[in-house]
Design a protein around this ligand. Sequence first.
Ligand code: 5GP
Length: 352
Amino acid sequence: TPSKDGKMFIRALFDYDPNEDKAIPCKEAGLSFRRGDILQVMSQDDATWWQAKQEGDANPRAGLIPSKHFQERRLALRRPEVLVQPLKVSNRKSSGFRRSFRLSRKDKKTNKSMYECKKSDQYDTADVPTYEEVTPYRRQTNEKYRLVVLVGPVGVGLNELKRKLLTSDTQHYGVTVPHTTRARRSQESDGVEYIFISKHLFETDVQNNKFIEYGEYKNNYYGTSIDSVRSVLAKNKVCLLDVQPHTVKHLRTLEFKPYVIFIKPPSIERLRETRKNAKIISSRDDQGAVKPFTEEDFQEMIKSAQIMESQYGHLFDKIIINDDLTEAFNELKTTFDKLETETHWIPVSWLH
Ligand code: 5GP
């Protein structure tokens, strides 16, 4: 379905090298691309091989790329190897958020969502990333900011980066206030550190799909509500949200237009050099103790980053390597400036 002016653009969600492709009729005619590249589709006449070129490429000659249908089918066949290592997730759960979206969008009448929700884990794995049709989008000055989602492994420095951004411009950046059922401590105020609610209300809110994610810690619930994101955006601020990557797909709507940034660790050698004196909030023991990084922490960080990237890389708009904190912070800043002023590609599916 080409857009109004007859041009159709897609974002490639996988890397492709025609020289490695045994199926392509002529390797020289193939177009190579990387995940994240924007391609202009010139012809879909053939069911197996489309013709496309890199967006913005002045050379009018198109190359062959596997069609969506063909690529989906052969990727689905190869899929088991991708699933060998399931992503280790913390106690955070993505709640019925998925269900709420289904309900409000298409299944209102049939209530089919309850059934689909049960099968959602299988659904995730069947979802093979190939191409996504995209369209240019540029934020108008009076428009709300896009939601910025930061993902990355434990210890990579996501919280430091978030804190640095917040303090660099408190008027411009904001974070969500989480809900909790634990008692308020004397120095805390309602609505600042947390929104304090009863267990009963929390459970009702979970049932009503009000949370993006929630978890249990020491017999209390903690969670991030959808409304808490809305209230940051309503203040005309850029909302910085860090969540497990598996929650991202539920946030991909026109309302939030999430821009997903993956904070990636550098090589293990650089981790050893740069984090020698740094500390990590231990994810292994329940106390959340702050301790110096161990070799095991570094290895776990790298492994976790690799799994995240292989399972969810197609959802990342930007990858920033946090080698030197100041450099990573500057790169983040530049990314934000561009996000607010330049044209970006968003999925056409958000518009429907
Ligand atoms: P505290 O009760 O000391 O303020 O927080 C204890 C723990 O609650 C934190 O270390 C964190 O693991 C968890 N927590 C805080 N906010 C959230 C949230 O929004 N979602 C989830 N799942 N856990 C949270």
